[in-house]
Design a binder for this molecule. Structure first.
Ligand code: BES
Ligand code: MN
Ligand code: MN
Length: 455
């Protein structure tokens, strides 16, 4: 009994795996929306019950927010321990109109499973459960010790997981962590991601008069908070895409020459990229390539802006207040707290007269760089090659997975970021998808990883 039986089991159970994933996806576990808190719990219970059914004892861990699912199977004494992290919560599906099929009714079109959470992260996370199932249903035990930590607040950046990890270091002790919540480089080009950006997220509120004012009576004599907000936002970046906050780039870790050279060799088709997005041109910080801009350079983006009137027809009003949501993607060595301080100083300097403002810090996480010149990363390369038929490329990613930093600081280990998704999976957007072929390749790679890590 060994890896051949495991592979046979995987081949024989493809339909079952897909049906189970669909059942998990049908639970609208939107962590940000209080109306869905029962569904979030149902998804946690689903994951717990699935772990139990495959032979991994598991429980829900209550938190002040959504529960954490923890399960472990420690039947390989003397062998390494792998901590598998994933998240069962999903982003809100809104806006609903662009969806071709309902967000929580998983639908297969051209080999892709379309639904909210298909790739981020239900589908990717589930690959590891199915890999473990194959081992336990054939060989009867795992080649390494496995701990599952599946949370329900990743998409809202809650502090509950952080508390749990720091209070349970001994329980979570491991030799390596594995997360599948990123992407491959391209179809047919699997990747190991060795760096992710961090995040500093803010809400900026600006207030003027104590009531909305007629812009004819008062316009020109009283500051307009919405204008003031736009001025403040416009001051954050120059026309070349450089962030204008004093000191912002001080801690930015420059790209290494070897990285720039390696990335320049990746088969990245800029014209296709542009075409796929439907933009008339690409834009970013001068002096950097598109991959460099999106993986290794910081950003400043506005995500929402409100104030005044935006219904049909004109309304001449000076809104009483205005607000914006904005964030900075951070790169290695930038500290989210320092970025907040620098932003505060900048806003103080640029806020126009006649209005007051308030800056609310939402959440922050530093960027992550993980060691990949390690036996564990070599094991992952072999496992990926055994499944995908080609070894992975090494890349970074532009998104953020705060737990990677937590695993390093609290548990002292590096994370293998083994993404099975594709860049165009529309995570967080309408028509999110996960390629079913990638789902099965991911399961097989995970099953082989357990064997490779045992060596
Ligand atoms: N899976 C993503 C992170 C991701 C996206 C990594 C794309 C690599 C490429 C994760 O679920 C996510 O969305 N993270 C949030 C951060 C969180 C603090 C809200 C993000 O990146 O915006
Ligand atoms: Mn995710
Ligand atoms: Mn996400």
């Amino acid at each position: 009994m060994g890896i051949d039986q495991v592979d046979n089991y995987l081949d024989a159970h493809r339909a079952q795996f897909e049906e189970e994933l669909k059942a998990l996806i049908r639970i609208p576990s939107v962590s940000a929306q209080p109306t869905h808190s029962d569904d979030v719990r149902k998804a946690a219970e689903f994951v717990r019950d699935n772990l139990r059914s495959i032979g991994v004892p598991a429980d829900l861990i209550e938190t002040p927010g959504h529960p954490i699912v923890y399960g472990e199977r420690l039947d390989a004494p003397g062998k390494p321990t792998v901590l598998i992290y994933g998240h069962y919560d999903v982003q809100p599906p809104e806006p609903l109109e662009p969806w071709l099929s309902p967000p929580f009714e998983p639908t297969i079109r051209e080999g892709n499973l379309f639904a909210r959470g298909a790739t981020d992260d239900k589908g990717q996370m589930f690959t590891h459960l199915k890999a473990v199932e194959a081992w336990l249903k054939t060989v009867g035990q795992l080649p390494v010790n496995v701990k599952f930590l599946i949370e329900g607040e990743e998409e809202v950046g809650g502090a509950n997981l952080e508390n749990y990890v720091s209070l349970n270091k001994a329980k979570l002790a491991c030799d390596v962590a594995v997360i599948s919540d990123t992407s491959q480089f391209a179809p047919g080009i699997p990747a190991i991601t060795y760096g992710l950006r961090g995040l500093a997220y803010f809400e900026l509120l600006v207030e003027g008069a104590n009531i909305d004012l007629h812009s004819g009576t008062y316009g020109g004599a009283v500051a307009n908070p919405l204008n003031a907000l736009c001025q403040m936002i416009a001051s954050l970046k120059d026309g070349d895409g450089r962030i204008q906050i004093a000191g912002f780039y001080d801690d930015v870790r420059p790209l290494e020459d070897w990285e720039r050279q390696a990335w320049a060799k990746l088969p990245f088709d800029e014209a296709m990229y542009q075409k796929g997005l439907g933009v008339i041109g690409l834009f970013g910080e001068k002096g950097f390539s598109t991959l460099e801009r999106s993986w290794a350079r910081p950003t400043c983006d506005v995500h929402g802006l409100w104030g005044g009137y935006s219904g049909p027809g004109p309304k001449t009003v000076l809104p009483r207040k205005a607000g914006a949501k904005l964030s900075f993607r951070l790169v290695p060595n930038q500290d989210p707290k320092r970025v907040a301080e620098l932003l505060k100083a900048h806003l103080k300097a640029v806020c126009p007269p006649g209005v007051t403002y308030e800056l609310i810090e939402q959440h922050g996480a530093p960027a992550a760089l993980v060691e990949v010149d390690t036996p564990a990363a070599r094991a992952a390369s072999k496992a990926i090659e055994a499944s995908f038929g080609t070894p992975p490329v090494f890349m970074r990613g532009g998104g953020s997975i705060p737990v990677v930093g937590l695993i390093k600081t609290q548990l002292g280990v590096d994370t293998l970021l083994l993404g099975w998704g594709q860049e165009d999976d529309n995570l967080h957007g309408p028509n999110e998808k996960f390629c079913l072929a990638d789902f099965h390749l991911g399961i097989k790679a995970s099953a082989h990883l357990l064997a490779e890590l045992a060596r």
